[in-house]
Design a protein around this ligand. Structure first.
Ligand SMILES: CC(C)(COP(=O)(O)OP(=O)(O)OC[C@H]1O[C@@H](n2cnc3c(N)ncnc32)[C@H](O)[C@@H]1OP(=O)(O)O)[C@@H](O)C(=O)NCCC(=O)NCCS
Length: 385
């Protein structure tokens, strides 16, 4: 296996981008990534996307976007793994370069969600779970996460305030993030007084419906060193799955796919949780952020919220987490989110995170989650020595 590095990043601001189409967003992010890398010889393209079929009535994104970025003829495909589509796209690109098959690969993601009404988007998102046995009952995706939330509070005796605090920190972190969807502070009482979406989940505990595209340029570490002074090495790339619906699992309060994929990743990278200086977790709902801290080995079961309360995951804490605002406030254009997580971490590792900079950031761990943990992709990125 060859060592793989990221040499270029490109992304759009996240928001309600009504004036631009899905392909416009992807082209913008791709061209920026290639310019950042200083290369134009692309061998392959993987595009993370979940809902282009249902929201834009457009499939076959691989070939479509390869043509639109000016590289018709390359190998290209859409990668779909619900909200983990971006993370799995990065995994595919990593394997393609590591194996020696391709030398330059784009790992991208794009989602255009705000052109449709919320009920349409809600139905499309629910397809991340089992339509025939679970969604058929009428539950929404927020509703499934609400069940986990309620059970967590009951089992561990944790108060909603402590879990909801995660959203307050995310909004604080996004204030200085130019590409974030929401650059405004919120107080805990704002979160708890915001409308209930699925009891006990309030609006301000949900990631917003958003548009955006993000792209990474991957090549061999050997070539990367000739292209840039700041190559970012992919030290680990692992994906794991679980039964799709929570009722099929032994433990509904642990995302087993996170545990399995992170164990593989720590082993590949020869690193432990204590070595991670920047963490990106999939906080589509506050409760998922808390579970991630536990499943990734940063907190004991039932104790994830304590890390938030004691400031341990703040930018100046022991494990700075979602330093650009996470899914909650930076935004969650589903198929692109795993790539935005990588970009937010790379800005930290390159020392380009501006006011959000974590001093001496060396190793970052990214968790990209599909459904309620049906698929999880974990990556560990490091500054090259
Ligand atoms: C929570 C949710 C239902 C709200 O959608 P909505 O009711 O259509 O909200 P609207 O678009 O009408 O927005 C109403 C206001 O709330 C704001 N808002 C909407 N969602 C928000 C969010 N998640 N966080 C903060 N503010 C939000 C809007 O900006 C708008 O503010 P304004 O009145 O100042 O312009 C929607 O964001 C949602 O479904 N989120 C979850 C998405 C999801 O499941 N993703 C996949 C997870 S893996």
């Amino acid at each position: 296996m060859r060592e793989v590095a990221i040499v270029g990043i490109g992304y759009t601001k996240i928001g309600e981008l009504w004036e631009r189409s899905l392909r416009d967003l992807f082209v913008e992010a791709s061209l920026r990534a290639l310019e950042d890398a200083g290369i134009d010889d692309v061998d392959a393209l993987y595009v993370g996307n979940m809902m282009s079929g249902t929201l834009q009535e457009q499939e076959h994104l691989g070939a479509l976007l390869a043509g639109y970025i000016g590289h018709p003829g390359i190998a290209a495909a859409k990668i779909e793994a619900a909200c983990a589509s971006g993370g799995v796209s990065l995994h595919q690109a990593y394997m393609a370069v590591a194996s020696g098959l391709y030398d330059v690969v784009l790992a991208g993601g794009v989602e255009k969600m705000t052109d449709r009404l919320t009920p349409d988007v809600t139905f499309s998102l629910a397809m991340a779970d089992d339509m025939e046995y679970t969604i058929y009952s009428g539950v929404t995706f927020v509703g499934l996460n609400a069940l986990v939330y309620r059970l967590y509070m009951h089992k561990y005796g944790v108060k909603q305030e402590d879990i909801a605090n995660f959203a307050v920190l995310m909004h604080e972190n996004a204030v200085n993030t130019p590409h974030a969807r929401f650059r405004r502070r919120v107080k805990l009482e704002d979160v708890l007084r915001s409308p209930l979406i699925a009891d006990p989940i309030h609006l301000l505990e949900c990631a917003p419906i958003s548009d955006g595209a993000a792209v990474l340029v991957l090549t061999t570490l050997e070539r990367a060193k000739k292209l840039t002074d700041t190559p970012i090495v992919i030290r680990a790339s692992a994906v794991a799955t679980d039964y799709l619906s929570i009722y099929e699992r032994d433990d509904m309060l642990s995302l087993r796919a996170t545990v399995l994929a992170s164990r593989k990743a720590y082993k590949q990278a020869k690193l432990e949780p204590k070595d991670i200086n920047v963490l990106e977790v999939h906080d589509a709902f506050t409760i998922l952020g808390i579970l991630a801290l536990e499943d990734l080995g940063f907190a004991e079961r039932g104790r994830g919220a304590v890390l938030v309360k004691e400031g341990e995951i703040a930018p100046d804490g022991r494990v700075p987490t979602n330093t650009m605002g996470g899914l909650k406030a930076r935004g969650h254009p589903v198929g692109a989110t795993g790539i935005y997580q990588a970009i937010d971490a790379i800005l930290q590792l390159r020392g380009d995170a501006g006011k959000n900079q974590v001093p001496n950031a060396e190793n970052a761990l990214l968790q990209s989650t599909g459904g309620v943990g049906g698929t999880v992709a974990i990556h560990i990125l490091s500054r090259a020595d």
